[in-house]
Design a protein around this ligand. Structure first.
Ligand SMILES: [Zn+2]
Length: 70
């Protein structure tokens, strides 16, 4: 099930919402209860490793292939 990630513009809290809600439905920040939230990216599946920005498989370098890469 797709998950939508939101960022609260009021308190900068990131949170995820399952896609059960309809488009246009108001999303409220679970932390501060404000509705000034911004949709970020859709993530498929729970536990996606979305925090890494590079496509590298190596944890100590940013290149796609190096001597440390497995
Ligand atoms: Zn908030």
């Amino acid at each position: 099930m797709p998950i939508y990630e939101y960022l609260c513009e009021n308190c900068q809290q990131k949170f995820e919402v399952l896609s059960g809600i309809k488009d246009g439905a108001q999303v409220i920040c679970p932390r501060c209860r404000q509705d000034r939230v911004k949709k970020l990216v859709s993530v498929f599946g729970i536990g996606g490793r979305g925090s890494k920005t590079s496509s590298s498989s190596c944890s100590s370098c940013s290149s796609a292939s190096c001597s440390n890469c497995k």
